[in-house]
Design a protein around this ligand. Sequence first.
Ligand code: SF4
Length: 415
Amino acid sequence: MSIHLPIGIATENGAPHANDVLHLMRPGTLQLAALPPLSLYVHLPWCLRKCPYCDFNSHEWRAGGGALPEQRYVDALVADLDAALPLIWGRTVHTIFIGGGTPSLFSPEAVDRLIGDLRARLKLAPDCEITLEANPGTFERDRFRSYRAAGVTRLSVGVQSFNDQHLQALGRVHDAAQAIAAVEEAASAFDTFNLDLMYALPGQTPAQFEADLDQALALNPPHLSVYHLTIEPNTYFAKFPPVVPEDDAAYAMLDRITERTGAQGMTRYEVSAYARDGHRCAHNLNYWQFGDYLGIGAGAHSKLSFAHRLVRQVRYREPQRYMNQALAGAAVAQSEEVAIADLPFEFMLNAFRLKEGFTLAQFGERTGLSITSIQKGLEEAEQKGLLQRDLWHVWPTERGLDFLSDLQSIFLPDA
Ligand code: SF4
């Protein structure tokens, strides 16, 4: 349903108009009174091994292939950012997320240079949150303090499980002992960090799940992200599906997570995220509040607002091609304007993930649309018991969070 620019699909020289700010600023039917907060996402695309469940843009880097081309990749990121700067001119960047792939494969020196180059080009908020995703392997753990010294303020540790058998089934390169040591090191090196955990794993019994949760909570993380293992198309698991717990068992696991994190003073503030006060992830919150983000790096996505339109962009996915394109000043493979009819659904896709939902004023500010455009959907969802509202706010009920896609799809343009 999005409007594609006439020649906006991948071309040899990048998407035309992708970074042509005058073209993006031209008059249109949408009127945004103000631009939302802006975040930066940086994608580092390599991993030691591809996990069988992973559908991210991550590429195996085999040791036999020599050292990671980190200098060239950082050069490409900087060229990519330089070309995109006119689109975000004068705007403050509130958060940075360095994700992947496995960003902790990059040396602290490369991360230091990257953050220095970003600082030299962007107006960062004084309290700018800078997150880096790290795997809990031993050689990565030894780097945590150097990442902190390079300017990273928050670490996200991809533990997934504390059970060696499950870690093996998930194709992870670390074991439980390394995971525990990595989380302890993250806690001592950083003021705040996230621990990623997965549930409904192949062959996982309720007792094994409970043991994982015991171990995760014993480490007292200020932020916990929990993900149901899902079988995504085009993954190894899609070809060779493992036997995973039934839906009812998985729901029971999720209920236990909410119950036990709550008892430990953490709040479920988003479908998959639990945090102690003051430790919510500002970067992800900006996504869920339909803020703007510029994504640089292989396959990175952006959503940027202009006075009269919202634009989505995607960079070239394959790392070598991305580097060539970015260094030639044409990293954007695809650029498209979001159709006005799609805006309510796009907004709800994010905002209903949050337990606190959104304010009606926020909906107007971020989409440029009036409340009448969602009135019918709000009434229908309320009647179905999926949301609650007052004069200013709308938020999902427990049922709405459990049946999130039913709630979101009420706002599809042709629903
Ligand atoms: S480490 Fe993360 S990004 Fe890399 S293959 Fe595994 S799940 Fe995907």
